[in-house]
Design a protein around this ligand. Structure first.
Ligand SMILES: Cc1ncc(COP(=O)(O)O)c(C=O)c1O
Length: 635
């Protein structure tokens, strides 16, 4: 048999297809991270995690690679600039990073700093996001776009920010918002910079398709758009409208949906120009997708196009329609969030144990002592011993029938607990043996494909799905998950990954596999004392901010790492995850009060001589330590 190689591991996790050449496996069988897709230079992730653990930074750890973030910004801008050059497009391109995708200060700061040379801007959708964006725009002269619903306070803040020199565009989402803007502009005497969001009839695809189309929550219908133009004209503000915006949803999986939206959006732009609206920008919103499963398909965790194809289609379609209509081409803005930040962060955590590590009774010897067994169990032993590729299907059916029979006999009192356990154990052994044969059969019979599920084991990992990959629970989003080590050995266990929350939904049962979606993760048999880590990849977009506090597991430790040619890597900053008292604080508990309450209660017991004061002080010390410790599991 051919020896297992690291390229076999890359293949079964489909890494070359989702990894955008940023992740690979080295000769040691460890996952590596590259700063740019073309770079041979790499950080060994497993070695990095070992170093972090030696520094007493405990898993789960979110590792943020700022070089990758910069690389993504550069790649999107390069794709548009190339498309502009190839198509002789007479205007420019700008990304406005929608900060809702990941508002972490250090992330936005990195985007703001690095993005300066690409004239990046920030898109906000709420007052807190506006305040955050203003704080970055102040030093970096970044333009800001305001989408989402706005009240008077929001609009007034934007107007005064404009007065003191910020470059902020208010995007009108609703007609009633326009009335407020006009009233406040008149009362303050400040002229706003305006954009208008329009509802296209074109829709996106996948989970976010309802963000587009006529029933979408945001934007003006065409009839409202015309009304807005008239209202603005009457109030002498039409010349302040510089931008037309549309957004048909996140993670658009099919390029033809994007083309349809561009055609419709460009036509509206052209018509508005002809009506005398002095538009300079067309903001095509977000939607540039990420190929999470690497299938390059229109499945909702994938996309059937590349960034280059997206940029080319945008530029080509807009130019085509503007030329046909005889209007100047607009500067293009995209609010690409997911495609900018998804790749830069990886969550690493340790496997705590598996549901097979518990000591099993020594059943092996019964294989030779069949005369003591019940007839049902004896038949299972026979199947196990005689099974081969010719009897595969029949033996599979018989095993299913016998295990059902064992349960019925047990319920009727004809089988004891020991025999039932034996039947269960033998069934598992038979399935493993069948699997060994099935793996070599090409093609695998349909019926036998699904039986592999019964072999799936549960591996428990030290993380909260609800905190770290909430979309995996909420919308079945697939994220690549890969063990960080031993990938030069065949991972021969098929597992699901359960988290440490006490919620049965806290289990991942869908994975990125060789042929698309797989119902189990190939993983190694783990020795009892082995430190074994897995990584969750492409989780930089939305996950960090949507994560919740189920079971009060708080923020994980986070480490910012940069590539350094001399020392391989450099730790730029470490952000401690939530301690127990911090998680409790979110739900209105106060650490010192807890300690006081417990101490007072225990003192009463000491007075009654129910416990000694040494015992209570020891317990209070433990409680104190628990309050400052990490919310996740330790040793
Ligand atoms: C108005 C707007 N712009 C931009 C985005 C970001 O989209 P994406 O992350 O798909 O690029 C969204 C998210 O849905 C949005 O609602």
């Amino acid at each position: 048999m051919k020896r297992w190689s690291v390229s076999d591991s890359e293949r079964i996790y489909n890494m070359p297809n989702w990894g955008s050449d940023l992740f690979s496996i080295n000769k040691k069988g460890h996952v590596c991270v590259h700063p740019t897709p073309t770079s041979k230079y790499a950080i060994d992730l497993r070695a990095l995690v070992d170093d972090l653990v030696k520094r007493k930074i405990k898993p789960p750890i979110l590792i943020r690679f700022m070089d990758i973030l910069q690389g993504r910004i550069a790649a999107i801008n390069r794709a548009f600039n190339n498309a502009i050059a190839e198509n002789d497009y007479p205007a420019g391109y700008q990304t406005f990073y929608p900060i809702k995708v990941n508002q972490q200060r250090q992330v936005v700061e990195a985007i703001a700093n690095f993005g300066k040379k690409h004239t990046i801007g920030l898109e906000v959708g709420s007052k807190p996001e506006l305040v955050a964006a203003i704080s970055f725009a102040a030093g970096n002269k970044l333009p800001i776009l305001c989408n989402g619903y706005k009240d008077n306070e929001f609009i007034e803040m934007v107007l005064y920010a404009t007065r003191v020199g910020f470059d902020i565009t208010i995007v009108v989402e609703k007609l009633f918002e326009l009335e407020k803007i006009i009233a406040l502009s008149q009362s303050t005497g400040i002229v706003p910079k305006l954009g208008i969001r329009v509802k296209l009839s074109s829709k996106g695809t996948g989970k976010w398709a309802t963000s587009g189309g006529e029933d979408a929550k945001f934007g003006l219908k065409i009839s409202e758009l015309l009304a807005a133009v008239e209202i603005l004209r009457t109030n002498a503000l039409l010349q302040t409208v510089k931008l037309l915006h549309f957004h048909i949803g996140s993670q658009i999986t099919k390029i033809d949906k994007i083309k349809n939206a561009l055609i419709e959006g460009s036509r509206i732009y052209a018509e508005m120009r002809k009506m005398g609206v002095d538009l300079e920008y067309m903001d095509i919103g977000g939607g540039l997708g990420v190929d999470y499963d690497g299938s390059k398909s229109s499945y909702f965790s994938s996309v059937n196009y590349t960034v280059e194809e997206y940029a080319n289609d945008v530029i080509y379609q807009v130019k085509n329609i503007c030329e046909e209509a005889g209007v100047p081409c607009p500067n293009i803005i995209s609010e690409s969030g997911r495609a900018t930040v998804a790749h830069y962060s990886v969550l690493i955590t340790n496997i705590l144990n598996t549901d097979t590590q518990s000591t099993q009774p020594d059943f092996e010897k019964i294989l030779n002592e069949t005369e003591k067994l019940s007839p049902t169990v004896r038949k299972l032993v026979d199947i196990y011993q005689s099974l081969d590729r010719h009897s595969l299907r029949e033996d599979f059916h018989d095993t299913l029938q016998l295990i059902q029979e064992a349960t019925s006999l047990f319920n009727l009192g004809y089988l004891n607990l020991n025999d039932r356990a034996l039947a269960e154990w033998l069934c598992n052994k038979i399935f493993f043996k069948i699997n060994g044969i099935v793996e070599r059969l090409k093609p695998v019979p349909d019926e036998l494909q699904s039986f592999q599920l019964s072999l799936r084991q549960t591996y428990f990992a030290n993380f909260s799905l609800f905190q770290s990959v909430p979309d995996s629970w909420a919308i079945d989003q697939l994220f690549p998950i890969v063990p960080l080590q031993r990938l030069n050995q065949k991972p021969d266990v098929m597992a699901s990954i359960a988290d440490i929350t006490c919620d049965s939904d806290g289990e991942i049962t869908s994975f990125v596999g060789e042929n698309g979606r797989s119902k189990f993760l190939p993983i190694h048999q783990i020795d009892r004392d082995e430190d074994y880590y897995i990584g969750f990849f492409l989780i930089g977009a939305y996950q960090e901010i949507l994560g919740d506090m189920h079971n009060l597991f708080g923020d994980t430790n986070a480490v910012h790492v940069s590539f350094n040619r001399k020392t391989n890597y450099k730790i730029d900053t470490v952000i401690n995850g939530d301690a127990t008292w911090e998680s409790l604080k979110y739900v209105q508990y106060k650490g010192p009060e807890i300690l006081k309450q417990v101490r007072d209660a225990l003192e009463k017991n000491v007075a009654l001589r129910k416990v000694s004061f040494e015992e209570t002080s020891h317990f209070l010390e433990m409680l104190d330590r628990a309050l400052v410790s990490y919310t996740y599991l330790g040793e």
